[in-house]
Design a protein around this ligand. Structure first.
Ligand SMILES: Cc1ncc(C[n+]2csc(CCOP(=O)(O)OP(=O)(O)O)c2C)c(N)n1
Ligand SMILES: [Mg+2]
Length: 662
């Protein structure tokens, strides 16, 4: 917004401080210091700059505001109440941190208007905001500045900037010159343990400058300086960082400037003293009408801008495409071409690594929809994530659909969350499965927020071979499967790979992992009329007559199970083979279907990974063929033989079970 005359009186700011200290006091927990310290910065931002219309919190072209220092959630909640987001009341503030409240301990995406992303894990809000700012540029390149033209503001604390992910995020944003990203650093030089000098002597300004940012340092309590710095940040073509020097817990006479203001209620007497210091005589949760009216006016400040935008959209030639983009209904776009892909694979029976099949499926997907935004953390030619014609995103050209995220797995995953949150885009990004550990913090937030984000994790077992145990995932499938609301797909061949992609793209509220092999795998013999992976697990081959044993496997080990079944048949034993590409989907099937698939015969599971979790499927009498240690460096076949993950070993384990139960 161009009008820089920010009308506000000290009480407008103190309203935030009072609500923060009172809500924390009432909840008997929370973080008053940060909201009280950054209240001036937030007030100037919300009253003078932030482009939003409180009556429509989802207006697509609103500026985004990310509270990366999520412990200061009361800042966000106080603002949400003051500006008058619909359905957000003083009661919500009184319910701060209570079960079922919109006002959770840390801001949770979807719980209340104005919460653009879940924050709390420090540093991640900033890294997610990089994805949002990137999404803004990508969408603007497609639909034009008259439909997409907004800033992304972040409040990041000392903790956010100490976290390693901040480095990945800052570097990426500087490299891509995301000039509409503006970070307001809560420079209060205090964290939980005490002054930040206990643990850091970094020159933050120099760090940001080195990454290509525009940097300013200001007094975070001086409204003129705050406004001037934000205005200059808006004009600068680089991303901007404004160091807002301020006093944590401002206004609480005994605790301000100290770590004791950080994360616990101030206490009755300190609150009383703060009321006197701030000259705020009002009762807890009481905001004088005049003050509230001023804030509400700010909340409506963007209404004319939104109205003008709505008019532009109405007459825009791109309206239909823009609305389709935001609706994100891409399942229908890809279903038909992926069905043809499966039919072709069934006819041609390629022997391909699933990472390669994934590339082939992606070629079909990326041609059928333009919602997908690909990328890799510097493993493009191993993850096979780049398909023809996507175009590489660069600081000079945001019309492409592929991002070289650099060697930044965590930063990539957080940016993917931001892309998904910015609206319309379906990001997918690759790295090795073993390095999902580096990205895990962001995968967890994808799952918690329920975002459609797809992680393409290749080299998914000892089958990657010579790179050895540092690169061979063992416990990763188990740990990813342990995460709520995450689909872990491990397809066995080209057909399943296409099916799993289809399911991941259709899952609007659940992120997905695609665990893909480096080594070639044969195409399974099976019908393709139905997406069998949608069942999570299915019977691939059923013996004639009653089963003696059921072999369960995923991914690269499904073909081992098939060979094992043949060996068992030679010994007169009837083995069924079950492919289990997605446990989570199998769990949602009815008991009858699950029972048919699992059968009542003893079970052997085969997966070149840790056993953890498999006991659920194999039962007490079951056997497991997999890894019990780290891997080793050798060719893949030698490793499978060395670690005993072979058809012979599986058949032997099955025979022993059958004999024991006979
Ligand atoms: C990744 C992560 N590690 C640790 C924490 C716990 N934690 C919450 S706030 C905080 C200190 C943050 O310091 P700062 O950002 O300076 O906040 P301030 O004390 O100024 O409010 C810590 C360690 C966290 N939320 N996230
Ligand atoms: Mg601090």
């Amino acid at each position: 917004m161009s009008n820089r005359s920010i009308e506000c009186v000290p009480d407008d700011v103190n309203a935030i401080r009072a609500l923060a200290m009172d809500a924390v006091e009432r909840a008997k927990s929370g973080h008053p210091g940060m909201p009280m310290g950054m209240a001036d910065v937030a007030t100037v931002l919300f009253r003078g700059f932030l482009k939003f219309d409180a009556s429509d919190p989802h207006w697509p072209d609103r500026d985004r505001f990310v509270l990366s220092a999520g412990h200061g959630s009361m800042l966000l909640y106080a603002l949400a109440y003051l500006v008058g987001y619909p359905g957000f009341t003083i009661e919500d503030l009184k319910q701060f941190r209570q079960l079922g409240a919109k006002t959770a301990g840390h801001p949770e995406y979807g719980h209340a208007p104005g919460i653009e992303t879940t924050t709390g894990p420090l540093g991640q809000g900033l890294a997610t905001a990089v994805g949002m700012a990137l999404g803004e540029r990508l969408a603007a390149a497609r639909f034009g500045d008259d439909l997409v033209d907004h800033f992304t503001y972040v409040i990041a604390g000392d903790g956010c900037l100490m976290e390693g992910v901040s480095h990945e995020a800052i570097d990426l944003a500087g490299h891509l010159r995301l000039g509409k990203l503006i970070v307001l650093w809560d420079d209060n030089r205090i964290s939980i343990d005490g002054p930040t000098s206990l643990a850091t002597s970094l020159d933050q300004a120099a760090r940001f400058e080195a990454a290509g940012w525009h940097v300013r340092a200001i007094d975070g309590h001086d409204h003129g300086e705050i406004a001037a710095a934000i205005a200059s940040a808006q004009r600068d073509p680089r991303p901007s960082m404004i160091a807002c020097r301020n006093v944590i817990g401002f206004g609480a006479p005994a605790k301000q400037g100290k770590e004791s203001a950080h994360g616990s209620p101030l206490g009755a007497s300190e609150i009383e003293a703060a009321r006197a210091t701030l000259d705020w005589p009002h009762a807890p949760f009481e905001i004088p009408e005049l003050i509230l009216a001023g804030w509400r006016k700010s909340g409506a400040r963007g209404a004319p801008l939104r109205a003008a935008w709505t008019e532009r959209l109405k007459t825009s030639a791109k309206r239909a495409a823009f609305e389709r983009f935001l609706a994100g209904e891409i399942a229908g776009e890809v279903a038909e071409p992926l069905q043809r892909f499966r039919e072709a694979a069934a006819a041609q029976k390629p022997k391909l690594a699933t990472r390669k099949s994934s590339e082939n499926a992606l070629a079909v997907i990326n041609a059928a929809t333009n919602a997908t935004i690909g990328g890799s953390a510097d493993l493009t030619h191993s993850n096979f994530t780049l398909t023809k014609g996507l175009g590489i995103v660069s600081r000079d050209d945001f019309s492409g659909r592929y991002i070289h995220y650099g060697v930044r797995e965590f930063g990539m995953a957080a940016a993917m969350n931001g892309l998904a949150l910015s609206g319309g885009f379906v990001p997918y990004g690759g790295t090795f499965l073993v390095f999902s550990d580096y990205a895990r913090g962001a995968i967890r937030l994808s799952a918690l927020m329920g975002l459609r984000v797809i992680f393409v994790l290749t080299h998914d077992s000892i089958g990657l071979g010579e790179d050895g145990p540092t690169h061979q995932p063992i416990e990763h499938l188990a740990s990813l499967r342990a995460m709520p609301n995450l689909y872990v797909f491990r397809p066995a061949d080209a057909i399943e790979t296409a099916e799993c992609w289809e399911l991941a793209l259709a899952a609007k509220r659940t992120p997905s992992v695609l665990s893909l092999s480096r080594q070639n795998l044969p195409t399974l013999e099976r019908p393709v009329a139905e997406n069998l992976s949608a069942r999570g697990a299915y019977v691939l081959s059923e013996p004639e007559g009653a089963r003696d044993v059921t072999l369960l496997a995923t991914g690269s080990e499904v073909s081992i199970a098939i060979e094992a079944a043949k060996l068992l048949a030679e010994k007169g034993k009837r083995a069924a083979v079950v492919s289990m590409p997605c446990w989570e989907l199998f769990e949602t099937q009815g008991a009858a279907y699950r029972g048919r698939v699992l059968g009542s015969a003893p079970r052997v599971a085969i997966e070149a990974a840790a056993r953890l979790g498999w006991d659920r499927w194999i039962g007490e009498r079951g056997a497991f063929i997999g890894m019990t240690s780290f891997g080793a460096s050798a060719p893949a076949e030698a490793l499978y033989a060395h670690f005993g993950i072979t058809p012979q070993a599986a058949a032997q384990a099955a025979l022993e079970l059958v004999v024991a139960t006979e």
